[in-house]
Write a protein that binds this ligand. Structure first.
Ligand SMILES: [Zn+2]
Length: 127
């Protein structure tokens, strides 16, 4: 069984919904949502509103922490890679890295397709 985790939305508990209510009838209070998995904010927020509120509060600080883009990035054949899946193909032929400038294809595993570890965040092949 997976561990429950809290939504990271800073105002999650302020949204008045039935599923956030906790406590006895005479002392109901709203609490931050807790789930085994979330779909927003990279698996850390319960919905788009909490994702957006997280960004309003922490987005600028996150950019400062990880480094802002200070000059134009340029698309070239070395950073034009994306993972693709051919839904008609079976087995090992189904997954490939595709360079959308050179149209080159390189086979990848289903695992690489799912976790994107074969491509750097800026689009370079990492295998
Ligand atoms: Zn939330």
């Amino acid at each position: 069984m997976s561990q429950l985790k809290y939504c990271q939305g800073p105002k999650c508990h302020t949204h008045d919904t039935k599923d956030r209510k906790r406590g006895p009838k005479d002392n109901k209070r709203n609490e931050t949502r807790r789930r085994s998995s979330f779909y927003y904010l990279g698996g850390n927020a319960c919905d788009m509103r909490c994702q957006s509120e997280w960004f309003e509060v922490y987005g600028s600080r996150a950019l400062d922490h990880f480094g802002r883009t200070t000059e134009a990035k340029v698309l070239n054949k070395d950073n034009a890679w994306r993972n693709r899946r051919d839904w008609r193909a079976e087995g090992a032929d189904a997954f490939y890295a595709y360079n959308y400038l050179t149209e080159e294809r390189r086979p990848i595993t289903a695992q690489q397709y799912n976790d994107d570890t074969n491509i750097t965040p800026d689009g370079q092949l990492n295998i």
